[in-house]
Design a protein around this ligand. Structure first.
Ligand code: FAD
Length: 387
């Protein structure tokens, strides 16, 4: 069994949120880290940072950042959200606090800012090298050979990875390669809903046009709109809507229908969305998937973590937080064990049940967010909790 040897280079697939943070944890342990990232360097080239524009970071995610000394810097760029601001179809707005006092809150943070910052801090350790536009296509777990596509030239080459950590997201190539091995299995359950991001711009003088310190929700049963604040005074709205059916992305096929749908369902948001129909037809429609897999590692050769191991739908705002917690837990396993295989085995044992539980809770929370937040029962429960 190969021992954990700090002079070894560890290879990471993917410099997303989890990969970039994990690189910092590994550098802190003394490893050299080579990261192969499919996308261009978002600090140099304009392009999407992937998925949502902003994210809710909560206690688990902040705890992980604290371990590498980045919590305070992240909080300086985050906006506290103290509760859910419910926008009913008619009637008054109501704030449902997340905790008994304002100290209990979650935070809205820019995905691009956080990812860029993590990459830069990782590189500043002088132990982490990130190579961009490098896509891992194939892994041979016996030899550690990786087939890597250099996107600019279109050529493929072979590299060796003594230890490979797959942080390459929900469509993980590393996981897919693992799943060809006997005894490995994974399920991918796509949600019947997609999502579309829309922007509420800042008001005059970079002011927020709605309550700044809240996660805004327009719960409407089978669909909902949410909005999280950004540092520049804008809000990023996300419309969650079925792909098919009477009210769906398929049925909203003209600017007139989109305008009429918003005026009927989200009347108070319409004046705040000046580019509504333009954004609706120009921004991509995102898909969401739950991935469950096992056993996440091939001996001491390779491990998947973050979304690559356990992608979850966003209704709990916990996907990244859970992936950040993976980094903390893996770091602890590396401290306790002499071999990669033992560390990976303990990591899988510690995380699998939790990851499956949060995946199921995230799906269930769509019902709570889209319906129950507005229901009398829920409001009553909240009042009882507070009392
Ligand atoms: P990713 O962020 O997907 O990063 C994977 C990286 O690997 C990417 O950079 C990709 O380019 C690279 N890559 C992929 N394939 C390869 C390859 N073959 N070779 C090399 N590189 C590769 N989570 C929260 O905690 N809070 C939230 O509020 C929240 N909101 C969300 C809202 C939406 C709409 C969605 C869809 C998700 C949300 N999430 C949220 C979940 C969160 O986005 C993910 O859990 C998080 O991005 C996972 O990070 P990751 O690094 O594992 O994967």
């Amino acid at each position: 069994m190969p021992a954990i040897d700090q002079t070894q280079t560890v290879t990471l697939a993917g410099a997303g949120l989890v990969g970039s943070l994990l690189a910092m944890f590994l550098a802190r342990r003394g490893f050299q880290v080579e990261v192969l990232e499919r996308r261009a360097d978002m600090r140099k080239e304009q392009g999407s940072a992937g998925r949502s524009i902003n994210l809710a970071i909560s206690a688990r995610g902040l705890h992980a950042l604290r371990q590498v000394g980045l919590e305070q810097e992240a909080l300086r760029h985050a906006i506290p959200m103290r509760g859910r601001m419910i926008h009913p179809l008619s009637g008054e707005l109501s704030l449902q606090p997340y905790g008994k006092d304002d100290s209990q809150h979650i935070n809205s943070i820019s995905r691009a800012w956080l990812n860029k910052s993590l990459m830069t801090h990782a590189e500043e350790t002088n132990r982490v090298s990130i190579r961009f536009k490098q896509r891992i296509q194939h892994v041979d777990f016996d030899t550690g050979a990786l087939t890597v596509l250099d996107e600019p030239s279109g050529t493929t080459r072979e590299e060796r990875a003594a230890v490979l950590l797959g942080t390459d997201g929900s469509g993980s190539a590393v996981r897919q390669e693992m799943m060809r091995l006997p005894g490995y299995h994974s399920t991918q359950e796509p949600l019947g809903h997609g999502y579309k991001e829309l922007t509420i711009p800042a008001g005059q003088g970079s002011t927020f046009q709605m309550e700044k310190n809240a996660l805004h929700i327009w719960p409407r049963g089978a669909f909902m709109l949410i909005a999280l604040p950004n540092e520049d005074g804008s809000f990023t709205c996300t419309l969650f809507l079925p792909f098919e059916g009477p009210v769906s992305f398929a049925s909203l096929d003209s600017p007139e229908k989109v305008q009429a749908f918003f005026e009927e369902q989200f009347p108070d948001a319409v004046p705040l969305l000046p580019e509504l129909t333009h954004d609706f037809f120009h921004n991509p429609t995102g898909t969401m998937v739950t991935v469950k897999s096992a056993p996440w590692h091939v001996g001491g050769r390779a491990l998947v973590l973050g979304d690559a191991a356990h992608a979850i739908v966003p209704f709990f705002g916990q996907g990244m937080n859970c992936g950040f917690e993976d980094c903390v837990v893996l770091d602890g396993c590396l401290a306790r064990h002499q071999t990669w295989e033992d560390a990976f085995g303990e990591f899988f044992g510690l995380r699998k049940t939790n990851a499956d539980a949060i995946a199921d809770m995230a799906v269930e929370n769509f019902t709570e967010m889209s319906s129950s937040t507005a229901s009398a029962r829920f409001l009553l429960e909240k009042q009882v909790e507070k009392a």
